[in-house]
Design a protein around this ligand. Structure first.
Ligand SMILES: *[C@@H]1O[C@H](CO)[C@@H](O)[C@H](O)[C@H]1NC(C)=O
Ligand SMILES: *[C@@H]1O[C@H](CO)[C@@H](O)[C@H](O)[C@H]1NC(C)=O
Ligand SMILES: *[C@@H]1O[C@H](CO)[C@@H](O)[C@H](O)[C@H]1NC(C)=O
Ligand SMILES: *[C@@H]1O[C@H](CO)[C@@H](O)[C@H](O)[C@H]1NC(C)=O
Length: 957
């Protein structure tokens, strides 16, 4: 009869648990349960149970359960199946719906869930693009003056086959509520109680560095009783959110209780996983509770069991809390015993209530809020008769930061939307973490840095950001007049440099807080207005490289202010000092725009595909096949008929089809990872003939992944060139999509330029030129000589691979586009590519041409010349963007920006040629860029010049 679950008897408290008291009361419990089920009359029990109660209780349960199910007492319930495709009703009669109308991003797939020997597929939604920021669900909350319970359920179960459970954090509204670490528990359930203040509640998932992709499988919203979970709180606490740590149905060990027994669908866990395990449980039935005084409305089914302790004993619960914080504890007591127990209640050793009495047939609760605790010991110390407790809830109190002003939020949203920017701005700009490009003090937005996007003009909306102290709009294609900033009275730093602004406008006189004003590299004309002299706090005024002329206002001529004027027509405090050679030819304004300041994810995380010789012929049928695939996918059907694909591929007499079994053997069961990318992981393998191969295993089950697999197989099979990687074979079995390339041991160009590992070799200028020539040959072939013509779309250093002789090959055609006909000049597409390499014209027009590859390749050339990555956050803001920084320098012949390690070892003419072709390749206007063939010719010349230079050096020596 005794609960004989192993954890119980393996408990170190076994000795105590053999106490006769325990057995007796436990026996009672079991028999009562049995009797309820069998409707048998109980007689002669020590605590004098009555049959009438038992029968009535069962009847009550039945009737109430029936009523709730029949009438669907679920008002306000929202149950989202994240990543699910269809609605369904579960065994508790709860309606589940797909989440797609509540979230606008993320990808869906499913994972295997094995429970009790049976396996099922559980849908999940994951957020691979979450580097751009938080990903939010917007949940409607019906009654704006109450409490809701929000219960997300996170599930990894290796859905991506990578065996890397993610970690991330989640927030509700402005409050950061919990860190989810699926390594320590999978699945993971959280429960929050939220005081509703408006009709939409956001629930967001936030990536953490190296934490992997946030993932979620379900999300439940349940209204809670009005006024609950507030007793015993002071005013500051009432505004908190609560995060559930424990909700224990004391004395009950047969599973958890929830809806419909709890109409609010809280989950009351069984009382068995808490240590030390206690000696006894009690059970009784009373129906006449007056629950109206308990705002929390605990279900009767929960109050009907209790942990009860025998005379002269101490009943205590110890709860582990995962972090130091403020906690809120609710203890429920119900007079289910024929006696009235009386005891002291101690929390962490302090008596919070002495001589607490549980009166027969009455239910009551004790509420405690505890500050700065890390563990919780609740002890009921006997005074007379049976200390008892019926249920316990333990919550962490989570402070809810203020929301930002709605004017600010809507202004920012307008800026994002009206400029077609995709900055990932959702929900509150400051809390729990500031948006990208935004800085906050508390809930106030104080800085906005939107450089490198396409704004065109300073719209009136900027004037609504009243609290801004810093506004940085450098390189945002602003033209015309400086305007709409007059209301920004807090503004201290204003950077409008590298635009095409032509006039000052009238705002400056009133921006009284301004300290730094950067207007360099614009097209400002005429004279500098006197009003700038009113800015008493100004200490740096940069007017360099404009078309200004005339005398500067004398009010600017003061000790505390630095005025920079070089590169204008003739601008000075004293016109006579203005000499004529101060040029008419102001530096050309750099015009390259990168679409967003995404964090550069670093070359190590980019796909590394190690290429091969030994390509194979592949029929053009693959284009047809990929169209077929594409249409199928668009219709939303899963590809299940993979054997057909394999057959088609097989029949086309092309790349070797390799079975999954062979691949497993070749890679020694995927033992050595040599790279990782958006597509999946890359493993080292060895074919039976001894050839080393790089095995690229597709991990995501998503649209882009499926398409790019097909795309790449098709392209690689048709395109052969010594400077392009080609395919050894592939595997396309049920869920497997694997590409096999020959292993290139030299690593990627990015590894060699920036890597820290031992494989890295120092790249001399001549080697760099050789690599550039090789890669240019590969790209030139793709553009002009392959059939079909191909635009690579993702040219970057991590996609240029080296063999041991430092021959370079271009890899990764996953994003490539075929140009359909010879006479077509462009393809209109969704913009794809890598930040830092992306052609600004392609970004703004969405028209893809070969010149987009030229741009990206130009960035690669700049990297070779300068030895740095395209986007970086070291140095000054003007140097963050390689193109913007390097192009004017190189055009001006300012070679001090060249990679330190090259100094003294290059021929100047060779460098000048390379710098020239690099600068022209990154022209903003695509028509001004050279073609790939021209790039190749010039690079060959630069290479030959350097070779002769080296040869002459040898002679001299
Ligand atoms: C919403 O809450 C108020 C109490 O603030 C209550 O009077 C009202 O009945 C609730 N409405 C619904 C639809 O639950
Ligand atoms: C997640 O948990 C694992 C093991 O419990 C730990 O090693 C890892 O550091 C945790 N990750 C984070 C981000 O906290
Ligand atoms: C536990 O609950 C299940 C149904 O949920 C029931 O079949 C079983 O008999 C119960 N066990 C005990 C010991 O009450
Ligand atoms: C909990 O508190 C009680 C009384 O203060 C004490 O006797 C008991 O040892 C404590 N338990 C733990 C595990 O600290």
């Amino acid at each position: 009869m005794i609960d004989s679950s192993p954890p119980f008897f393996s408990s170190p408290l076994l000795n105590q648990s053999s106490s006769p008291q325990f057995n007796c009361i436990c026996l009672l419990n079991e028999i009562v349960l049995l009797s309820l089920i069998l409707e048998r009359r109980l007689k002669g029990f020590p605590l004098g149970l009555s049959m009438d109660f038992g029968c009535f209780w069962v009847g009550f349960l039945f009737i109430s359960g029936f009523w709730r199910v029949a009438f669907g007492d679920q008002e306000g319930f929202l149950s989202l199946s994240c990543g699910g495709a269809t609605s369904y009703v579960d065994s508790s009669n709860i309606l589940w719906v797909p989440d797609s109308t509540y979230v606008s991003t993320g990808k869906t797939t499913s994972a295997d869930f094995i429970e009790g020997g049976s396996s099922s597929r559980v849908p999940v939604r994951f957020f691979p693009d979450s580097k751009e920021g938080r990903k939010c669900y917007f949940l409607p909350v019906q009654n704006t003056s109450s409490l809701v319970l929000v219960r997300p359920h996170f599930f990894y179960k290796n859905y991506d086959g990578l065996g890397k459970p993610p970690a991330f954090f989640v927030s509700l509204g402005t409050a950061s509520t919990a860190t989810i670490n699926l390594t320590s528990s999978d699945p993971w359930i959280e429960e929050f109680i939220w005081p509703v203040t408006k009709e939409n509640l956001s629930f967001c998932l936030h990536p953490i560095p190296d934490g992997g992709f946030p993932v979620i499988s379900s999300l439940e919203v349940r209204p809670l009783p009005e006024g609950a979970y507030k007793s015993g709180m002071d005013d500051s606490m009432i505004k908190n959110s609560l995060r559930k740590h424990y909700r224990v149905n004391s004395g009950y060990s047969n599973g958890s209780i929830r809806y419909p027994l709890d109409p609010y669908d809280r989950i009351w866990d069984a009382d068995q996983n808490f240590s030390p395990f206690h000696l006894s449980t009690g059970f009784n039935i009373q129906l006449s509770f007056n629950l109206s005084s308990l705002k929390e409305s605990p279900p009767l089914g929960v109050l009907q069991s209790a942990r009860v302790l025998a005379r002269r004993n101490v009943l205590s619960y110890n709860f582990r809390l995962d972090k130091l914080g403020d906690y809120y504890v609710v203890l429920y007591f119900a007079g289910i015993l024929p006696v009235s127990p009386s005891f002291d209640v101690l929390v962490n050793g302090d008596v919070v209530r002495s001589n607490y009495t549980v009166k027969r047939s009455e239910a009551s609760a004790l509420f405690c809020s505890l500050k700065d605790i890390r563990s919780l010991n609740i002890t009921l110390q006997n005074i007379s008769f049976y200390p008892q407790v019926n249920a316990i809830e333990v919550y962490e109190m989570v402070e809810i930061p203020l929301e930002s002003s709605s004017t600010t939020v809507s202004a920012l949203q307008v800026i994002q939307q009206s400029n077609g920017l995709d900055l990932g701005w959702q929900d509150d700009p400051c809390s729990p973490t500031p948006w990208n490009h935004i800085g906050c003090e508390g809930s106030v937005v104080t800085s906005l840095e939107l450089s490198d996007v396409n704004l065109r003009s300073i719209s009136p909306t900027f004037g609504d950001l009243l609290d801004l102290k810093t506004l940085d709009l450098h390189n945002t294609s602003l033209a015309g007049q400086i305007q709409n900033l007059g209301s920004l009275q807090q503004l201290e730093k204003l950077n409008l440099s590298f635009n095409q602004l032509t006039s000052f406008g009238s705002d400056f006189g009133i921006l009284v807080s301004l300290q730094i004003l950067d207007l360099r590299n614009n097209s400002l004309q005429g004279t500098v207005p006197d009003s700038l002299g009113n800015l008493n706090d100004l200490h740096l005024l940069n007017l360099e490289n404009n078309k200004l002329q005339g005398t500067l206002p004398q009010s600017l001529n003061r000790e505390s202010l630095e005025v920079r004027t070089s590169g204008n027509l003739c601008l000075s405090f004293n016109l006579s000092t203005c000499n004529n050679h101060s040029d008419n030819s102001s530096l050309e304004t750099p015009q390259v725009t990168i679409f967003s300041k995404k964090k550069h994810s670093g070359h190590k995380r980019m796909p590394i595909i190690l290429g091969s010789l030994g390509g194979v012929l592949f029929a053009l049928c693959f284009i047809a096949f990929s169209m077929f695939m594409y249409r199928r996918r668009r219709k939303g059907t899963e590809i299940t008929s993979t054997p057909r694909i394999a057959t088609e591929m097989h029949n086309s007499n092309a790349a070797r089809v390799i079975s999954y079994k062979e691949i497993k053997a070749a890679t020694n069961n995927f033992k050595e990872v040599i790279g990782r990318g958006g597509f999946g992981s890359v493993y080292l393998g060895k074919l039976p003939d001894g050839k080393l191969v790089a095995v690229k295993v597709r991990s995501d089950q998503t649209q882009l992944g499926a398409d790019s697999f097909v795309n790449e197989v098709c392209l690689l099979s048709q395109v052969h060139h010594q400077n392009l990687v080609s395919l050894e074979g592939f595997c396309h079995e049920s869920k497997q999509q694997i590409l096999v390339y020959e292993y290139l041991p030299g690593g990627s160009l990015a590894d060699n330029l920036y890597g820290t590992n031992s494989k890295r070799v120092t790249l001399s200028w001549v080697r760099r030129l050789k690599i550039a020539v090789d890669a240019a040959k590969g790209l030139e072939y793709l553009h002009n000589r392959s059939n079909p013509r191909v635009i690579h779309r993702d040219v970057k250093c991590s996609n240029i691979l080296l063999d041991l002789e430092m021959n370079a090959k271009v890899s990764d055609f996953g994003l490539s586009k075929q140009v359909p006909q010879m006479d077509t000049t462009h393809v209109t597409t969704v913009v794809k590519g890598t930040a830092g390499y992306l052609d600004p014209e392609y970004y703004s027009t969405r028209q893809l041409t070969e010149k987009s590859d030229v741009y990206s390749f130009g960035v690669v050339l700049l990297e070779l010349i300068c030895g740095r990555e395209p986007l970086s956050h070291v140095g000054t803001p003007d140097s963050y963007n390689l193109v913007l920084w390097a192009k004017p320098h190189l055009q001006a012949g300012a070679f001090e920006i060249i990679d330190e390690s090259l100094k003294g070892s290059f021929d100047v003419e060779s460098m000048r040629k390379a710098a020239s072709v690099a600068s022209r390749s990154v022209e903003r206007d695509a028509s001004l860029r050279p073609t790939m063939a021209e790039v190749l010719e010039e690079l060959k010349e630069a290479y030959n010049i350097q070779i002769s230079y080296l040869a002459s050096m040898v002679h001299v020596n």
